[in-house]
Design a protein around this ligand. Structure first.
Ligand SMILES: O=C(O)c1ccc(O)c(O)c1
Length: 284
């Protein structure tokens, strides 16, 4: 049986990818940020999964306003790093896991969550920056990745509660897969940031840290946060945090099991226009 063994939460700011790719990680501005992920890179080696199920949002790269899936699962054998205007990031191609992805699609759709099945797409900073933060700069990514794109760009976007419930369905799907696989589920995006309008540059450390607290100890309360609170308290792009609830809903306690163990927590402001939050939870 496949098992979800841990969840990882991290912001996916594109400038972090640029700092890595352009060799700027030692600069005073970036040093404290990358220091917060040193533990995580070692933890990733010590707790290497067989597959990462990576929840992120596409930033009008593979999708556009022409076509807006709420939840899209990548079932391809590989996904190319996208060209977001500066050429593709110089990172390895992302290898998928078509068998597990197809099984999860089958199981989750049968549990009444309608997923869009994507057999071909390029993946943008939403997916590659978390991989870089957790795995460094290897020749090849150490694990296959199932990309799972969520619409948090064009309203209506899914509620935190729906995302949390979807996480529970993903856990059931993984646990009904025959092969013995260790699976990590990662929720990415956030924390507070607003990239547009009069409040551009808005950051709310109090909200972010309360959210991290809730994620650790009371995920049901985090799931109950309505959209308007994210927009008001965490800025227009803070709504990306609903994606963290997909990963959180896949932990054992959401299904009545024990609370996960906090392996690592980190918070840093700013990275570009964004508050960076990071949490690693291990299932017992
Ligand atoms: O802080 C920023 O600059 C920034 C830009 C684009 C994003 O998708 C994001 O998450 C952050």
């Amino acid at each position: 049986m496949a098992r979800i063994t841990a969840s990882v939460y991290t912001s996916h700011v594109p400038a972090i990818g640029a700092a890595l790719d352009l060799g700027k990680t030692g600069e005073a501005y970036w040093q404290p940020l990358f220091k917060g992920y040193e533990f995580s890179k070692q933890w990733m080696k010590d707790n290497k999964p067989d597959v990462v199920f990576l929840v992120y949002n596409d930033h009008a790269t593979a999708f556009s306003l022409d076509f807006i899936p709420t939840f899209a699962i990548g079932t391809a054998a590989e996904f190319q790093p996208a060209d977001e205007g500066w050429g593709p990031r110089p990172v390895p191609v992302v290898k998928g896991h078509p068998e597990l992805a197809s099984h999860i699609a089958q199981s989750v759709i049968q549990q009444d969550f309608d997923l869009t099945i994507v057999n071909k797409m390029d993946v943008d900073h939403g997916l590659t920056v978390p991989l870089s933060l957790m795995c460094g700069q290897p020749e090849a990514w150490p694990v296959p990745v199932i990309p799972f794109a969520v619409n948090v760009v064009q309203y209506p976007v899914p509620s935190g509660q729906r995302c949390y419930n979807l996480g529970k369905a993903i856990r059931k799907a993984v646990e009904s897969y025959d092969e013995d696989l260790k699976v990590h589920i990662w929720g990415t995006g956030g924390m507070s940031h607003q990239l547009q309008g009069p409040r551009a540059g808005f950051i709310n450390k109090d909200f972010d840290n309360r959210f991290l607290d809730l994620l650790e100890t009371d995920p049901e309360a985090a799931a109950a946060i309505p959209h308007i609170d994210y927009v008001r308290e965490a800025g227009s792009e803070g709504i990306e945090l609903v994606m963290w609830l997909i990963a959180r809903g896949a932990m054992a306690d959401a299904a009545g099991g024990p609370r996960p163990k906090v392996a690592h927590r980190f918070f840093h402001v700013p990275a570009s226009n964004t508050a960076v939050g990071h949490l690693i939870l291990e299932d017992h």
